[in-house]
Ligand binder design. Structure first.
Ligand code: 13P
Length: 251
């Protein structure tokens, strides 16, 4: 019903040569996968070279961030320039942007709207800190991030938005959320989407899990009813790991 997405967020890793080598491996070994969408988000410097390498491949290229306007904004990148260089998607609201670069929900909302208006698909990231989880505030935090970050969107816009639930305590720590913890959060998110939009929009929206996804935990995660794929960091940097994740065991 919902086509799964396996997305690799390469973060600030890979020279152009390294990125080309990894993309060629993925293209060679994943192009036959027809029941999963594969997205990779390399650093900006590798986007143009990878766009030509990935011609004739189903692998979708994504930016890791964007700025909502164009013009005198030194050091930023716009959705239109991402499209121009071959991207069809962009990651917005990643916790590293929120935490290290102080991005707030209303700014993230401007980016989401600008990216969608430019025709890009959006992977919209949300997630709670360990303190928030320990204080039983996970749902409250996710709800605020969704209500503010997705404010002003309608059901039509939602056909091009994917939510990524990435608990911050699970990112890069090796401590993935348990299948049950992830499913519980995803179920909550889908319920909220059905309140904010409608049931069919909520049922059609892909919700990805991110945070220490590895070859040895992907199968269990993908068996959960509301987990529609993964946003993979560290394990997306090695072809064999990412390929195994993309080829998770179907039931
Ligand atoms: P890790 O898979 O390295 O935990 O990173 C997850 C992430 O932040 C993906 O966006």
């Amino acid at each position: 019903m919902r086509t799964p997405i396996i997305a690799g967020n390469w973060k600030l890793n890979k020279t152009v040569d390294e990125a080309l080598a990894l993309a060629k491996d993925l293209k060679g070994q994943l192009s036959d996968l027809t029941d999963v969408e594969i997205i990779i988000a390399p650093p900006f410097t590798a986007l143009a070279p990878l766009a030509s390498t990935l011609t004739d491949s189903p692998i979708v290229l994504a930016g890791q961030n964007c700025f909502p306007s164009e013009g005198a904004y030194t050091g930023e990148i716009s959705p239109a320039l991402l499209r121009d260089v071959g991207c069809r998607a962009v990651i917005i609201g990643h916790s590293e942007r929120r935490q290290l670069f102080a991005e707030q929900d209303d700014f993230i909302n401007q980016k989401v709207k600008a990216a969608l208006a430019t025709g890009l698909k959006v992977i919209f990231c949300i997630g709670e800190t360990l303190t928030e989880r320990n204080e039983n505030r996970t749902f409250e935090v996710l709800e605020k991030q969704i209500r503010m970050g997705m404010s002003g969107l309608d059901s039509a816009a939602m056909t091009r938005l994917t939510v990524a639930y990435e608990p911050i305590w699970a990112i890069g720590t090796g401590q993935t959320a348990s299948n049950e913890q992830a499913q519980e959060a995803h179920h909550f998110i889908r319920g909220l989407l059905s309140q904010l939009f409608d049931v069919s929009t909520a049922e059609a929206t892909r919700i990805l899990y991110g945070g220490s996804v590895k070859p040895d935990n992907i199968d269990g995660l993908m068996h959960q009813a509301d987990i529609d794929g993964a946003l993979v960091g560290g394990a997306s940097l090695k072809a064999c790991d990412f390929i195994r994740i993309a080829r998770y065991k179907r039931c």
